[in-house]
Write a protein that binds this ligand. Structure first.
Ligand code: SAM
Length: 335
């Protein structure tokens, strides 16, 4: 079924990215069970619920998102169920509600506009707030990381999760600054990073962007969650069920791409100039089949209307009838 676009506007302050493409991939049907594993402001959930008489389980680790979603759950009473928790634990979370198999799972990775725009959540380098960044509002914060990690660990995090070339200089500046005063505010950290990077950013983005991204990914273990979420989706989807994953930077996209390609029987491509190699010998039978939408990016019109969509990429695959692979198979191929 091709779906119409029921809601193209903001969902409670967050504009859903690639909404039509995600809904088309999941292709909801009456009686189907779907998981919106990153509920946020519920943009995907609403689109699925409006497209068919289906049931949606919305998961979010942010208690504010779950609280704000109550009104939507009331509006779709009995069809939209909200669960507070991490999608990396989706099997356990859903089986606690008697759900062991689903027809579609959507993952929209990263932070929501509500999180970024609220200075008190500490995600933004543009507005002053506590240096927090915890989606779940508990556990160690970004301020704790910046206060306790040694220079080398900070540099590794900023380099790996931020893909920041000046990571060592930034880590050195952080360690020097915290000797004078604790780093507790977002603008304080942003200033330290901007000074350390100097005029070298060069690509038009704020020099603090990559460091903030890196700390956010570290504080929330976002890549670990992504890996566990993909494995959970493989186990929860019934044969013919579909997964749609939207990511916003290459670090995440590479992981999703590698996971789905490998489980679809394709080895990671060594070079784009070489022909594709056949699947690794000894791999189990493919648990997924890539869909035509796999690898697509937003239409120019969406990027014009919502600049946040510009770096988005959709990965999409359909579950085969073969069993899920042993948990760690194929993970080693990740960048
Ligand atoms: C980009 S927003 C999703 C927006 C949503 N698609 C919409 O249309 O409103 C990402 C959401 O996923 C949540 N999130 C991020 N990582 C998560 C995880 N590991 N488990 C559960 N929720 C997570 C965030 O708290 C945030 O609310």
């Amino acid at each position: 079924m091709t779906t119409s676009l029921p809601h193209s506007g903001d969902a409670g302050g967050h504009r859903p990215v690639m909404l039509r493409e995600v809904t088309d991939v999941l292709n909801p049907r009456d009686g189907g069970i779907y998981v919106d594993a990153t509920f946020g402001a519920g943009g995907y959930s609403r689109a699925l619920l409006d497209a068919a008489r289906c049931t949606v389980w919305g998961i979010d680790r942010d208690p504010d998102a779950i609280a704000a979603g109550r009104a939507l759950a009331d509006r779709y009473a009995g069809r939209l169920h909200l669960v507070a928790g991490r999608f990396g634990e989706m099997m356990t979370l859903l089986s606690g509600h008697g759900v062991d198999a689903t027809d579609g799972i959507a993952l929209d990775i990263g932070v929501s506009s509500m999180q970024i725009d609220r200075a008190e959540r500490g995600f933004s380098f543009r507005q002053d707030g506590p240096l927090d960044m915890r989606m779940e509002k508990n556990g160690p914060s970004a301020a704790d990381a910046v206060a306790t990690l040694d220079e080398r660990a900070l540099a590794d995090i900023i380099h790996t999760y931020g893909e920041e070339r000046r990571a060592r200089a930034i880590a050195r500046a952080i360690v020097a600054a915290r000797r004078t005063a604790p780093i507790t505010r977002t603008l304080q950290l942003a200033e330290i990073v901007r000074r350390a990077v100097g005029g070298r950013a060069g690509d038009g983005i704020d020099p603090a962007t990559r460091t903030f991204q890196a700390l956010r990914i570290y504080v929330n273990d976002e890549l670990g969650e992504l890996d566990r979420g993909l494995v959970g989706a493989e186990r929860l989807l019934r044969s013919g069920g579909r997964v749609a994953v939207v990511t916003f930077h290459s670090l995440e996209d590479r992981r999703v791409k590698t996971f789905l390609r490998r489980r679809s029987g394709l080895s990671p491509r060594q070079s784009r100039h070489l022909p594709e190699r056949p699947a690794g010998t000894g791999d189990p039978a493919p648990s997924f089949r890539l869909l035509p939408a796999n690898g697509t990016t937003p239409a120019a019109e969406e990027i014009r209307a919502n600049p946040r969509a510009r770096s988005a990429r959709l990965r999409a695959a359909e579950r085969t009838a073969h069993p899920a692979w042993p948990e760690n198979t194929g993970m080693e191929a990740r960048a």
